[in-house]
Design a protein around this ligand. Structure first.
Ligand SMILES: NC(=O)c1ccc[n+]([C@@H]2O[C@H](COP(=O)([O-])OP(=O)(O)OC[C@H]3O[C@@H](n4cnc5c(N)ncnc54)[C@H](OP(=O)(O)O)[C@@H]3O)[C@@H](O)[C@H]2O)c1
Length: 423
């Protein structure tokens, strides 16, 4: 049995999940890997905080240098959050030739490349499975199952908070503010929900997925980000009445024209599996040359799902240490050229007020060259004095959303316009 010594920084939701799994599943891990994990110490911020009973025998400290200077520690687990302090800690750990496992998406999305290079220079591992889609092992899947496959599209529900809010608006008829309050009460949203509702959290995860899937590093500034703050309950209801679900989608689409990167509310046909992802769950849709379309679904957060992803990384690193294996921190795919950034969408769902749907369709075809209009139906209930028409417009090439919106506003009284996710 090989003993692997770890130090943990942070004993909150994720850190306590890691300890719990390492204790409860010790025999299962040992039986399959021949590894036994020993928690040398956990560093926390508030020593007086009451901790769960399974944490009682973990040695606690408040000084990170205790872990960094302990030469017997093989792996440091960073699960405290924040960017600056965590970056500093991880840099010191890697420079001290310690392997690092983290769940910190903000940090990896912004400084992953830099930290990966530092890890490689010191011949140690840097793993971060828990940073994207909590319990779904999507990074490992992209690293392994897609080695011989060309991925061209990643589309995901990457933020559980916003998916919970949208589900509550749809199912319970709550307004955005009421649904956000419910998310806070259930512990799914923080007191300042900006990172979630404005789409930044999903954009961080999209950047990490883009690196794994395509071997491309993209800064957050390259992603078109629109959050869900401005969504009206009427839009959610209208989309539903027209047979769509409104979802906050992170999209990374490598087309012949270039790379399309966006986080935005989009509609998905209700018969698509990704439309069925409800509440705090996450999903990652991967389209590739060999496999075709695959959807990976699971919990995006939580003590045990996220803790499990961290433990899976620990096992991988433990096996690497014992076999002197390679420690490359990203997928081995490296894009040889940086594709041109492109934006816009091919398909839009539109809800308009019109008394003459037939001439509307003719006018859309005249205004958007080569457009195909489909899924046309009348939606009732918004305004008894007005007829509402729902339809989907698909253009042969990408059309920028502002241009499409202005075009439609010239033709009719627009109630809602959203891109359609071609799932
Ligand atoms: N929660 C999830 O489901 C989830 C999912 C995916 C990724 N993540 C990521 O995982 C990380 C941890 O999240 P979490 O939800 O577990 O956070 P959390 O519950 O707030 O726990 C944070 C822990 O870090 C400790 N800590 C904070 N600042 C510290 C410092 N300067 N020095 C030492 N310890 C410090 C805290 O100590 P005290 O206990 O003494 O306060 C606490 O134990 C974050 O990067 C988060 O984005 C979380």
């Amino acid at each position: 049995m090989k003993n692997v010594r770890i130090g943990i920084v942070g004993l909150g939701t994720v850190g306590s999940g890691v300890v719990r799994i390492l204790k409860e599943q010790q025999a299962l891990i040992a039986q399959q890997t021949g590894l036994s994990f020993e928690i040398v110490k956990a560093i926390i911020a508030n020593p007086d905080r009451e901790r769960a009973s399974y944490l009682k025998d973990v040695a606690l400290g408040t000084d990170i240098t205790q872990l960094l200077q302990d030469e017997s520690i093989d792996i440091i687990v960073e699960v405290m959050g924040s960017v600056a302090a965590a970056k500093d800690l991880i840099e010191q750990a890697l420079a001290a030739h310690k392997n690092v496992v983290t769940a910190n998406k903000d940090l990896i999305a912004q400084y992953g490349q830099e930290l990966a290079e530092l890890a490689m220079a010191n011949n140690v591992a840097l793993r971060y499975e828990a940073s994207v889609a909590g319990g779904i092992p999507i990074l490992q899947i992209l690293r392994t199952a897609y080695k011989a496959d060309q991925v061209h599209t990643i589309a995901g529900i990457l933020n559980g908070t916003t998916n919970f809010i949208l589900t509550q608006m749809d199912e319970q008829g709550l307004t955005y503010d009421q649904a956000l309050k419910a998310a806070k009460e259930k512990g799914f949203a923080e007191s300042d929900p900006t990172n979630d509702v404005d789409g930044f959290d999903a954009a961080y995860k999209l950047a990490i997925l883009t690196k794994m899937a395509f071997g491309l590093s993209v800064p957050q500034s390259a992603i078109d980000i629109t959050g869900i703050r401005e969504l009206a309950i009427d839009d959610v209801k209208a989309a539903r009445a027209a047979g769509y679900e409104l979802k906050l989608i992170g999209l990374s689409d490598l087309t012949d024209e270039g790379l399309r990167l966006a986080v935005a509310p989009m509609v998905v046909h209700e018969n698509q599996p990704i439309a069925q992802i409800r509440n705090e769950h996450n999903a990652v849709l991967v389209k590739s040359q060999n496999i075709g379309t695959a959807l990976y679904v699971g919990p995006g957060a939580g003590q045990l799902p996220t803790g499990n992803s961290v433990v899976a990384d620990l096992i991988h690193v433990g096996q690497t240490i014992t076999s002197n294996g390679d420690v490359y921190p990203f997928a081995l795919k490296v894009a040889t050229t940086q594709p041109k950034p492109v934006s816009g969408n091919r398909s839009y769902w539109v809800l308009v007020a019109t008394d003459d749907p037939d001439s509307l369709v003719d006018n859309i075809k005249l205004s958007v060259a080569g457009a195909v209009v489909s899924n046309q139906l009348t939606i009732r209930g918004f305004d008894p004095h007005q007829a509402w028409t729902s339809l989907e417009v698909t253009a042969p090439t990408l059309v920028a959303q502002p241009h499409f919106t202005t075009t439609m506003q010239r033709l009719a009284d627009v109630k809602a316009i959203y891109p359609v996710l071609e799932a």
